[in-house]
Design a protein around this ligand. Structure first.
Ligand code: PXP
Length: 244
């Protein structure tokens, strides 16, 4: 079965635009659960530009589905994760000036430091996921340092599709397929996400080694027109059709 993790960060982005209590990310998460999300993803950024510490407290206290807690590999975030012990911790690279998470982690270049960083999270019972590109060296390094999961970055594939660069998109898609195969063969659970839309989800959902997709910005955008429940149900239907 292909799971859907709904990323609710941008519900908080809209809330923070006005400094009001609404829209409430926890309310969005509850609707997502009812609409068929298998998990909820939230990224507590160092600059707290969307999700806040109080949001994480509320999600941990109230969710019925597992929380995938996205964070940078900093000591502050490690302490927060160890306090909450969410089901999963997804480690992402983070730059203050970026609009979104632009690339994958350099696991191969930082394997000793990352191995030490994730050890207490693993001991606390969190499934550690590393957000990486499809390069074999990164995938092998993730397996070597004991990550349970790799999440493959689909952003470049989605951007090439949006820009109409279809030949390059297909090369990227092939690389994602090979990356998923390699990761699976090394015993890693394979997830994917970033930038996925109704138009781009099917080829990714069809990759048999992928167990979970994490999707946020497009779903929150589409909920303006369809409502959050409708947007999620439509995405689920497309994922399921592609997987079948
Ligand atoms: N997966 C990871 C690791 C991410 O950092 C993000 C963006 O926060 C997503 C998935 C979801 O990306 P999008 O919001 O573009 O669907």
């Amino acid at each position: 079965m292909l799971r859907l993790g709904v990323n609710i960060d941008h519900v908080a982005t809209i809330r923070n635009a006005r400094g009001t209590p609404w829209p409430d990310p926890l309310r969005a998460a509850r609707i997502a659960e009812q609409a068929g999300a298998d998990g909820i993803t939230a990224h507590l950024r160092e600059d707290r530009r969307h999700i806040s510490d109080a949001d994480i407290d509320a999600l941990m206290a109230n969710l019925t589905r597992p929380l995938n807690f996205e964070m940078a590999a900093t000591m502050e975030m490690q302490a927060i994760a160890l306090r909450h012990r969410p089901h999963a911790v997804c480690i992402v690279p983070e730059k203050r000036e970026e609009r979104t998470t632009e690339g994958g982690l350099d696991v191969a270049g930082n394997d000793n430091a990352l191995a030490g960083y994730i050890a207490p999270l693993r001991e606390a019972g969190c499934r550690v996921s590393l957000f990486i590109g499809h390069e074999p060296a990164q995938i092998r390094a993730a397996a070597r340092i004991g990550a349970a999961v790799v999440e493959l970055h689909t952003g470049a594939y989605c951007d090439l599709d949006t820009e109409g660069r279809h030949a390059e998109r297909d090369v990227e898609l092939d690389a994602l397929r090979r990356g998923a195969e390699l990761a699976d063969s090394l015993g890693l659970e394979v997830h994917a996400g970033h930038g996925l839309t109704y138009d781009t989800v099917a080829p990714i959902a069809a990759i048999p080694q992928i167990r979970e997709l994490n999707i946020g910005h497009f779903l929150i955008s589409e909920s303006v027109f369809l409502g959050l429940e409708g947007a999620i149900r439509e995405m689920r239907a497309r994922m399921d059709a592609a997987r079948a």
